[in-house]
Design a protein around this ligand. Structure first.
Ligand code: S3P
Length: 208
């Protein structure tokens, strides 16, 4: 009989345990612009052998225009409604690893949907790291202000109490990406091991 490689889920590993425990639930990355949601999400999806989706990219595809153009033409409330609809649709197609835009988790219905259909990871980043990273791109409409650093500070203050409701918190800092991914895997494994429920409390990898 020819030898066949066992399916990923049949190989004992933290990654296989995680995908088995997830079932159809997704992993959703939340947090500020520049926290590394897409970069870490893409690598995490490769480790877990799950598809990676970026909500911002999906919103742009659905609207047929860029995020700055959506903000300029239709305004932020229109963008937020589209964002909520797109995330709801993507969560119905799980399991995936989904990177959300920084404002998505602020919406109560989106948070509830993520709570039902996913395990959420808050990538928590300090203001100076965020500023360093967002300076590389000029396509964030919320940061087109006279003082982007002050805007980031204000958004952090408004949003962190809400991001804190994510299932897992991972401190996103200037270390190799694979280290952050390892910490996500460890935290997901600890949370999901032996249980397909979400009764465990928020897991934090490290503190500054
Ligand atoms: C936003 C973050 C952006 C994008 C939009 C609004 C926000 O996504 O959704 O510009 O409200 O923080 P990233 O967090 O991927 O930059």
């Amino acid at each position: 009989m020819p030898e066949t490689a066992p399916a990923a889920s049949a190989i004992a590993s933290p990654e296989a345990d995680i995908t088995a425990a997830l079932g159809t639930r997704s992993i959703v990355l939340v947090g500020m612009m520049g926290a590394g949601k897409s970069t870490i999400g893409r690598r995490l999806s490769a480790r877990l052998r799950l598809p990676f989706l970026d909500a911002d990219t999906e919103i742009e595809a659905a609207a047929g225009m860029s995020i700055p153009d959506i903000f300029e033409t239709h305004g932020e409330p229109h963008f937020r409604d589209g964002e909520a609809r797109v995330i709801a649709r993507l969560l119905d197609g799980g399991p995936v690893v989904l990177a959300t835009g920084g404002g998505a988790f602020m919406r109560e219905d989106t948070r509830a949907r993520i709570g039902d259909k996913a395990v959420s990871i808050w990538l928590k980043a300090d203001a100076d790291i965020i500023m360093k990273r967002v300076k590389r791109r000029a396509d964030r409409p919320l940061l087109q202000t006279p003082d982007p650093a002050a805007t980031v500070g204000r958004l952090i203050e408004q949003r962190e109490p809400v991001y804190r409701n994510a299932d897992i918190t991972i401190w996103s800092r200037d270390v190799p990406h694979e280290k952050i991914v390892d910490e996500c895997i460890d935290a997901l494994h600890a949370r999901l091991r032996g249980s397909d429920t979400k009764e465990a409390s928020n897991t934090l990898n490290a503190t500054p």
